[in-house]
Design a protein around this ligand. Structure first.
Ligand code: MN
Length: 342
């Protein structure tokens, strides 16, 4: 049964949980929850987190992203990756025991890139990406000019390969990582949900990117070859891909019937790579009603979460106002969908 979740927060607080409940939401998903540990999450902490959500009448649907540096070495394919993979497997096992069924992850060693915010509707601040403006952060061929000496990935690259990492190498890193962890996920009854690259381009900062086009998700699914492999289908990231709405539809029509869409980030952008900006639902590349209906018709039965949202005037740090709009928008579409033949 398709359902809506609140997401994009690290701590379970009464305010967050009541906000969700009062808006009629009974599912939640945390991003890199603030739990103890510097390499893996422990069973007792995960169980306590789940119980804390349930105390407020919220189902804990998924955790999205362990801290990035817990699996940076496998992503970069450098020494120490086997130890990190062992810790990651322990986290998966502990999640399974604690009854948390999905772990979201991405495979971007240097993470999400944005250029400075732009103005959206009515002057709302929205995040944006413009490859022209990002070029200055691309390393020179000899890596003499550093991207950012403070970021962990640059430090690891200096210690490790100290050179570009090609898309081919990233494929080999992905294969090593996913084949290392997925048997454990199967045993533990936990599914691993892959988030697309954001922005979806083949390379940034000297590091190849894999999940920027349809064919590559298909390839990853074939490499993993497992019931535990699936997608965190970020509609925003898919909409950023060349083709915009047609990329979103292609992903849903292929992976939906295969049961590979584990959950959905419901957001959109205006424009596609090399230049786009985020926006409110209903003014982006795709029609939200059409896409939600398409998810249903293609067999999707998971949860849909808010993702990044535009910054509305006088909003809170977690953007309650903007999230309230996105959640209400989605709920209205859910209601309308009941009147449409599946
Ligand atoms: Mn997303």
């Amino acid at each position: 049964m398709i359902r809506i979740a609140i997401g994009q927060f690290q701590y379970v607080t009464e305010e967050t949980m009541l906000f969700g409940r009062q808006l009629g939401v009974t599912s939640c998903q945390l991003n890199w929850p603030a739990l103890p540990g510097d390499a893996q999450w422990e069973y007792e902490d995960l169980l306590a987190l789940r119980f804390e959500c349930e105390k407020y009448g919220m189902k804990l649907e998924a955790l999205e992203n362990t801290p990035f540096d817990w699996y940076l070495k496998p992503m970069l394919g450098i020494d120490g990756r086997d130890i990190q993979i062992e810790h990651y497997k322990n986290t998966i096992r502990n999640m399974g025991r604690a009854g948390i069924p999905i772990l979201g992850y991405h495979f971007m060693p240097n993470s999400v890139w944005r250029t400075p915010n732009e103005l959206g509707r009515g002057g709302a601040a929205v995040t944006a990406f413009d490859m022209d403006r990002a070029m200055q952060f691309q390393p020179k061929p000899d890596l003499a000019a550093k991207v950012d000496p403070d970021i962990t990935v640059q430090r690891l690259m200096d210690e490790g390969p100290n050179r570009f990492i090609s898309e081919d190498e990233m494929w080999s890193n992905y294969e090593y990582f996913i084949k290392g962890v997925i048997p454990t996920a199967e045993e533990a009854g936990v599914k691993l949900a892959l988030h697309p690259d954001d922005p979806p381009v083949p390379e940034l900062g000297g590091i190849g990117r894999l999940f920027h086009k349809f064919e590559n998700f298909k390839q990853a699914m074939e490499i993993a070859n497992s019931e535990a492999w699936g997608l965190d289908l970020c509609l925003g990231s898919c909409s950023e891909m060349p083709g915009g709405a047609s990329s979103v539809k292609q992903m849903i029509e292929y992976f939906g019937p295969l049961g590979k869409i584990l959950y959905v980030h419901f957001r959109d952008v205006q424009g596609t790579v090399p230049k786009f900006k985020e926006c409110f639902l209903g003014e982006g590349n795709y029609n939200p009603g059409e896409v939600m209906l398409m998810l249903k018709k293609n067999g999707f039965t998971g949860f849909m979460s808010t993702d990044h949202v535009p910054v509305i005037v006088n909003d809170s740090p977690w953007q309650h106002r903007s999230r309230g709009h996105a959640l209400g928008y989605m709920q209205g579409l859910m209601n309308m969908m009941e009147f449409v033949e599946g």
